[in-house]
Design a protein around this ligand. Structure first.
Ligand code: UD1
Ligand code: CA
Length: 491
C-alpha cells in the first residue's frame, strides 16, 4: 500500500510568544517544518499535505524557496534538506485553528487518489527521525491496525496528552492534560502526535465532538471513538523524548536546539571528524563533512555546505552554502559564502570569499583578501591585502599585496581578466574592463587602464626623481620662517 503524509501546522503557536509562525522557527539552519518534512519524504510518500493556518503564504514560500541558489559558478551542487522527487507537496488552509481533528479533516478532500496508509505528524516535533517513523509504520502494518499512535515516556507529561490503557494494556483513549483525572495525571506515557491511519479511519473524524473546555476538535479523540466502534487501534511506545519532543514554548525550542546540536556533532564524530571543542561549534543539519577533517572552536558551518576530507577549519570561521574540497585549510576568522574552494587551497586568516567565487586547486587567498564573484586559477596566490571582484584569474598568477580590481564604474560591474602566469606587482589597480595576457608583468604601483599583451611589462607610474640635499634645504626654510616669539622662547 502507498503512503501519504499530513503535517498539521495550522496552530497559532500562542505559547511561543513570537510573531513568527511556530513551525518557521529554526533549529540549526532549517525550520521545524523542514525538519518534520525531511524524514517524511524519506518514507517516499506519493503525496504530503501541509495544513497551514493564516500564515499559509509565508509557510508555503519558506518551503518552495527552500535554499539559496547554488553559486552561479557551481553546476550540479547538492540540493537542500528536502528532496521532494516523486512526492507531491500540497498546502491546504485551515482558516480558523479549530483543533487538530479539524485540521486533519481539512486535508481529507486532498487525499483522493491511490489508497494509502496515512502518516500524520504534528509540525512542531522537529527531532523526529526516519528510523522511528519506519519502525512505527512497520508495526502498524504488522498488527493490521486501522489506526496506530506513536507514544513515548515523558519527564514532563503535563505538556502532552496521556495514553490511557485498558486492563489488557491496549490503548483506550488519549486524554489531554486539562481533561485528566487525578489518577491519569500520574501517567508518563504520552501521545507524540504521530499517527498511522488506514482509509477506514478517516470517516471517524466526523464523529469527533467539540471539546468544550478548549473549544477545539481534538484529533486525539479518534482513539476512543475507534475503540468504541471495535476498530483496531494500537499505541506503540518506541521513541524517546529526545526525538519526539513537541515544541510549544521558547524554552522547549531551546531544549530541542541543544538536542539537535548534540545529534549533529555525534554524527560527524562518528564520521571521523575531529573537534577541538565540540561544544563551541555550530553545524547546520544539511552540512556534510568528510573524514579526517579537523574543526577548531567557534566555527559556524551553515546552509548547504559540504566540507571535504582532511580539511582544517581554524577558529572563528563561518562557511555558508559552500563547497570546501579535500585537503583545504581555512585559517582563522574567515567568512566564505556561496563559493567553492578546490583541493589543497588555503584561505585566510581574515579573508572574505563572497558569493559566486571559485578558489582553484592549491591557490592561496591570504590575510585581508576579499574575493567576490571571481575565478581564481590553480596555484594562484593573493597573499595579502587585496580586493578581487568580477575577475577571471588564470593559473599560477602572483597577485602582489594591495592589488585592487576597480570593478565598479558607478553604473555597472566590469570584468578583469588575468591570464596564466601573470606577475602583478604590489599596489596595482586594474581599471576594469581590462585584460592581461599570459605571462605579462605588471610593475608595482601601476594603474592599468588598457589591455596588456602577453609577455609584456606594463608600467604606469611617474618616473622617480631624487632631489639632492632636499631635507637640509627644508630645515633651513622652516627655521627662517619661524616667528619672532618662538625664537625668543628658545633663548
Ligand atoms: C498535541 C496533542 C497531544 C500530544 C501533543 C504532542 C491534540 C489535541 N493534542 O497537543 O495529545 O501529546 O500534540 O506534541 O492533538 N494544529 C493545527 N490546527 C489547529 C491546532 C493545532 O494545525 O487548530 C497543529 C499545530 O500547528 C501543531 C499541531 O497541530 O503543529 C499540534 O498542535 P498543538 O497546539 O501544539 O497541540 P499540543 O497541545 O502540543
Ligand atoms: Ca505541540
Amino acid at each position: 500500500m502507498k503512503i501519504a503524509g499530513v503535517v498539521l501546522a495550522a496552530g497559532i503557536g500562542k505559547r511561543m510568544n513570537s510573531s513568527l509562525p511556530k513551525v518557521l522557527h529554526t533549529l540549526y539552519g532549517n525550520s521545524m517544518l523542514e525538519h518534520v518534512l525531511s524524514p517524511l519524504f524519506e518514507l517516499k510518500p506519493h503525496k504530503i499535505i501541509v495544513v497551514a493556518g493564516k500564515h499559509i503564504k509565508e509557510i508555503k514560500e519558506s518551503i518552495i524557496q527552500i535554499k539559496p541558489p547554488i553559486p552561479p559558478l557551481l553546476k550540479g551542487g547538492k540540493g537542500g534538506l528536502l528532496r521532494t522527487q516523486n512526492s507531491e507537496l500540497i498546502f491546504v488552509q485551515q482558516k480558523e485553528p479549530r483543533g487538530t481533528g479539524n485540521a486533519l479533516l481539512k486535508a481529507v478532500p486532498f487525499l483522493k487518489g491511490p489508497k494509502s496508509t496515512l502518516i500524520v505528524v504534528n509540525g512542531d516535533t522537529p527531532l523526529i527521525t526516519r528510523k522511528t517513523l519506519s519502525r512505527f509504520l512497520a508495526i502498524h502494518r504488522k498488527k493490521r491496525n486501522v489506526i496506530s499512535l506513536l507514544s513515548f515516556v515523558s519527564q514532563q507529561p503535563s505538556s502532552y496528552g496521556r495514553v490511557v490503557r485498558d486492563e489488557r494494556g491496549d490503548v483506550a483513549a488519549i486524554v489531554e492534560n486539562r481533561d485528566t483525572t487525578l489518577s491519569q495525571k500520574s501517567i508518563s506515557e504520552v501521545n507524540s502526535g504521530v499517527y498511522a491511519m488506514e482509509p477506514d479511519a478517516l470517516p471517524l473524524l466526523k464523529d469527533i465532538d467539540l471539546n468544550v473546555s478548549k473549544g477545539e476538535y481534538y484529533l486525539t479523540d479518534i482513539i476512543h471513538i475507534a475503540r468504541k466502534k471495535g476498530i483496531k487501534a494500537g499505541a506503540y511506545c518506541i521513541g524517546s523524548e529526545d526525538e519526539l519532543i513537541g515544541i510549544n514554548t521558547q524554552e522547549e525550542l531551546e531544549r530541542a536546539r541543544r538536542l539537535m546540536k548534540e545529534r549533529i556533532i555525534k554524527r560527524w564524530i562518528k564520521g571521523g571528524v575531529s573537534f577541538v571543542d565540540k561544544t563551541s561549534v555550530f553545524i547546520s543539519s544539511d552540512v556534510v563533512i568528510g573524514k579526517g577533517t579537523s574543526v577548531y572552536p567557534n566555527v559556524f558551518i551553515e546552509g548547504n555546505t559540504k566540507v571535504g576530507r582532511r580539511c582544517t577549519i581554524y577558529p572563528n570561521v563561518r562557511i555558508q552554502n559552500s563547497i570546501i574540497c579535500d585537503d583545504s585549510v581555512i585559517r582563522d576568522s574567515s567568512l566564505i559564502e556561496d563559493s567553492i574552494v578546490k583541493n589543497r587551497a588555503s584561505v585566510g586568516p581574515f579573508a572574505h570569499i563572497r558569493p559566486g567565487s571559485e578558489i582553484g586547486p592549491g591557490a592561496k587567498i591570504g590575510n585581508f583578501v576579499e574575493v567576490k564573484k571571481s575565478l581564481i586559477g590553480s596555484g594562484t596566490k593573493a597573499s595579502h591585502l587585496t580586493y578581487i571582484g568580477d575577475a577571471k584569474i588564470g593559473k599560477s598568477v602572483n597577485i602582489g599585496a594591495g592589488t585592487i580590481t576597480c570593478n565598479y564604474d558607478g553604473y555597472k560591474k566590469q570584468v578583469t581578466t588575468i591570464e596564466d602566469n601573470v606577475f602583478i606587482g604590489s599596489d596595482t589597480q586594474f581599471i576594469a574592463p581590462v585584460k592581461i595576457g599570459k605571462g605579462a608583468y605588471i610593475a608595482a604601483g601601476s594603474t592599468i587602464t588598457k589591455d596588456v599583451p602577453s609577455k609584456a611589462l606594463a608600467l604606469s607610474r611617474v618616473k622617480q626623481r631624487n632631489i639632492k640635499n632636499w631635507a637640509l634645504k627644508r630645515k633651513s626654510k622652516i627655521n627662517n620662517a619661524e616667528p619672532e616669539i618662538m625664537k625668543k622662547r628658545k633663548k
